[in-house]
Design a protein around this ligand. Sequence first.
Ligand SMILES: Nc1ncnc2c1ncn2[C@@H]1O[C@H](COP(=O)(O)OP(=O)(O)OP(=O)(O)O)[C@@H](O)[C@H]1O
Length: 480
Amino acid sequence: MENEAMGGHVMVPVERLSLELPNGEIVVGYDKDVSALQEEISALRSRQRHLDRRRREALDKLIDLKGSIRVFCRVRPLVQTNNLKTKSPVTVEQEKIAVKSVGIKKEFSVDRVFDQESTQEDVFQEVKPILRSALDGHNVCILAYGQTGTGKTYTMEGTDGKLGIVPRAIQELFSLASEDSSSPYSFSISMLEVYLGSLRDLLAQRQPLFRPMECSTSCNLSILATKSGAVEVEGLTDVSIPDLKKANQWYCRGRRARSTSWTNVNDASSRSHCLTRITIRRHGATEEVSKLWLIDLGGSERLLKTGASGLTMDEGKAINLSLSALGDVIAALRRKRSHVPYRNSKLTQILSDSLGDGSKVLMVVHISPSEDDVGETVCSLSFAKRARSIESNRGIPEDLKMLKQKRIAELDKEVSNADEELKYLNEQIRRAEISLEEKKKLNSSIYQALSDEKGSPRSTLVCAAGKDIVREAILSVNRG
Ligand SMILES: Nc1ncnc2c1ncn2[C@@H]1O[C@H](COP(=O)(O)OP(=O)(O)OP(=O)(O)O)[C@@H](O)[C@H]1O
């Protein structure tokens, strides 16, 4: 018998025992089970890493092929205040919009059109892949652009029961992170408002009232660039969000802070930009940090039309300035210019590490279908055209276009296959880990039962009497 004497106890290598457990199960060589399970988990994890790398590469290629700056257009349904008698000057196809203005039909191409009937879910389906990309470590910007009242806030925030991109995105991040057992993630949230060139922290403990004249002292946070090229807003509150409930609470708090901050003008929020930032940390061998920006831009209408004066005029000018700075930055990036004019506005400075190389940008341009707004509609679509003019499909021969579509479909399939297999693998890992834990618990119960509480060498009895004694030990552990 190969027992080993240790500190007055006789140790029995447990893998040599074969037991019938109280539930009738026969257990042979527990330690062997444990190491086999450990090996199985390690093989599954290695497959998971490999597959995750492949999925990331395919998704990256897919997004780059579709365009790392994508422009969608969403048409708001007609509302009561619109002129309902005249026919809408806007007609849409999947990737094209035509607007009839003073008898001239102008056509604009975008990456995807969402017509008046499209739902929040339709829009979100197109946003989903880019969220995965944010979890994979890319900085991502999703922006809602358009004239006041065309549905930017509806698209980003949504209403009760018709949630917009931001709450859905937060939910999706938590859901994707919980499915991915390869590395743990943590999230934090910040919200700020850019108004008349000043920044205001929407999640700060004490909310200063947003009186424009006081703004320069109470809300002027500054923007810093770190050595690594990352951009930080100095002193901006960044709250850790451990779960979806907390995330939604903070998001609601930020929204409330925005809507209650205005002292006089009801709709002044349309003359500020509202930025929500989710910081994503992937804790692996090295920590990866990425940012997801969700931005409800100020209304893009022209000042002449609104007949603005005084403060409204200043607000309009500030919005126009920052929107045109944003247009310039996107156009420079599209043209792969060596100089990108980020410094021309606070908005583009904040986003400078999230609009350039390696980042993914998605802009949803909102338009009204009404005849009354046709001038603004043409302006907004011209902005969209400028933002996507370089990477658009226009001018590409038909056969190349088809080849591109084919490759996109292949990559789409590759990503969804990898996703499916990863889900399956995660489930297998989860089960194997539960079994391993159970086995380890069982082993430690048996070891405990085998060792003599009072120090007398009862385990010799085990060797002599064999499995009956061990069974008794297990039963006593179970009873205890
Ligand atoms: N696709 C849509 N479906 C249903 N209702 C919509 C849609 N888009 C906008 N609306 C409604 O139209 C109104 C104006 O929309 P919203 O406030 O989102 O516009 P906005 O562009 O954010 O305006 P502002 O620039 O003033 O913030 C709201 O009542 C909103 O619920």
